[in-house]
Design a protein around this ligand. Sequence first.
Ligand code: ADP
Ligand code: MG
Length: 603
Amino acid sequence: MPIRLLPANLVNRIAAGEVVERPASVVKELVENSIDAGASRVVVELREGGKSFISVTDDGHGMGPKELALAIERHATSKLPDDDLVHIGFFGFRGEALPSIGAVGRLSIASRARGAEEAWLIRVEGGATTGPEPTALSTGTRVELRDLFYAVPARLKFLKTARSELNAVVEILERLAMAHPEVAFTLTDDGRNVLRLDSARPDLVGQPGAAQLKRLGDVMGRDFADNAVALDVEREGFRLSGFAGLPTLNRATASMQYLFVNGRPVRDRLLQGAIRGAYQDFLARDRHPLVALFIDCPPELVDVNVHPAKAEVRFQDAALVRGLLVGGIRRALDAAGHRASTTVAGQTLAAFAPMAGVAASPPPGYQSTPRSGGGHTSGVQAAMAAFAPLSPEMARPSMPVAAAEDAATNDFPLGTARAQLFGTYVVAQTKDGIVIVDQHAAHERLVLERMKAALAGQGVRRQALLIPEIVELPAKLAHALLSRAAELEELGLVIEAFGSDAVAVREVPALLGQSDVKGLARDLAEEILELGAAFRLKERLEDICGTMACHGSVRAGRQLTGPEMDALLRQMEATPHSGQCNHGRPTYVELKLSDIERLFGRR
Ligand code: ADP
Ligand code: MG
C-alpha cells in the first residue's frame, strides 16, 4: 500500500481523540481560551449535559475576521509569540483545541475584536468551513458546539448520562474558577442555573487573599473558608500560597484537595503524597484534609507539556517542591496553634436541635415568655422545654461563682477554668463564650507535641525511679518490649531484663509525671507486639505517646484542682496543634456566648 499524507480533517479527528473526550473537555478548552483572552465574565450554557449543545460566551479581547479564519487552522495560536516552548504563560499553546473540536461536532464561532465596529461568524462542520461572514455580537467571543461526536459514532457510545456529563463539567469549571477569582462564571443546563460564581466584590479587592478565600469558600463550602489557614512561602523560585484546612475539618476521601501549578489545575501523585505527609501527625490514616494550594514558579522549572489535557506536571526538582509543601503546610498549621475548627461547635449546637418538637408541651412551671417580642422560634422554645425545670435547691450553684470583674479581665483564648465535670471535662469561661476541654485527649496531645520537640532538640528528659519497678509480663510480651529497649530509651523509657518473664523499669520520661509504670509497660509491650517489627518506634510516635499519656498524670476520671486545670489550658494555648488529639478529634469545643444566647432566644 502506498504511503500518503493524511487529509487535514482526518488528522484533526485523530487529534480530537486526545483532546476531546467528553463535553467537560470541550468546556475546559473553551473556558481556558476565554480566560486567556482576558475575560472578566464567562457564561457556559449546556443542553443535555453538553451532549447536544455547548456554548461559551466571554467578554475577552475577541478576534477579527482574519484571526477567526486562522484560529480554526491546526497549530495556529497567538500564544507562543517567539516560538519559545519553555515560557508558557497561557493555558493554550498547542493551537489544536478549536480545529479538533471542529472535527467532532458542528462548531460556530462569533467574535468581535475589542474596539471593532462589527462582529464576524465562522462555521466548521465535518471539516468544511463557511465564513467568516458578518454577524451580530456586542462584545467578546461566543463559541457554540452542537451534536458533539455526531461524526464519530464510536465515541458517542461512550458518553454517559446527561447528569454525569454535567457533573464532570461542573468539576472542571470549579477548578478553573478557583484559580481565577477575578472572573465571574455561570453555568446553565437546559436553562436551569447550575453554578454561579460572582467575581470578587470591590471591597475585597486589594485585601490579599480575601477574594481568593471567598471564591474557595463558594466552591468548597463555608466550612472551608471558616476553618482554613493561609499559606504564603517561597523557596528557590517556588512560591506556595493558598489555604490549608485545619485537621479537625476532614473527609473520608481526598476529593476536596485542589492543586494548581502556575494557575493550572493539576492532579499529581507527588503533590498529593506531600499533602498526606504534612498532615500525617494530625489525622487518622483514613481521613483526608481539605486544601486549595497554588504553586507558582518560573515556567522553565516545570514541564506542563506532559499530556495534551495537561493535568500532570513534571518538576525539575521534585524533592524541593515536596519539601516546600510539607514544610509550608506544617508551619501554617503550627501558626494556627490551638485553634480548633468551628465546625465542631456547630455540630455541638446542632445536637440541641433534634430536641425541637420532642417536648410538645412545656413542663409544668415553665413559663414561655418571649423576650424579644416573639422573635424566637418554636424550635428553641421546645429545646428549652426539654430541659428539666430547675427546683430552687438545684438552681443553687454547686461551685462558687467567680467575681464578675475576674471574667471581664480574662483574655486567655481558652479562658479560665470554672469546673470539672464527670472527672473528664474541664469547663472554662472565655471573654465571649465557654470552652469544654476533654482533659484526656488534650493531655495526650500535649505529651506528643512535647515529645516531638524534645526529640528534635536535646532528647527526651528522663526521671530515674528511686526503686526500679519490676513488671511481670508473659515471656512473649517481655521479649517484645526488650527487643525495642534502645528505641524506648530514646523516648525516655529505660528498661532491662529481669528473669525470663519480667522487666525492670529504671527510668521514665520526665514529662509523664506520676505514671502508672506497670500499666504503661504492659500496654507498650502489647502495642509493639501488635504493630510487628517492620517500623521504628519514632514513626509510630503518636501511638506510643498516646499510650504513654494514658498512663501519665492527667487521666480521664482524675479530679483536677483549679490551678491544675488552668495550667492545662495555658499549656494548650502554648502548644502547636493542641486543638486536635492525635487522631484528628477535637481536644476542646467552644460555644460562643452569642450562640448560647441564640439557643435561649435572647437574640
Ligand atoms: P491555543 O489556545 O492553544 O492557542 P486554540 O485552538 O484553543 O489554541 O485557539 C486558537 C487561537 O484562537 C488562540 O491562540 C487565540 O488567539 C484564538 N482564540 C480562541 N478562543 C478565543 C477567545 N475566546 N477569545 C479570543 N481569542 C480566542
Ligand atoms: Mg486553547
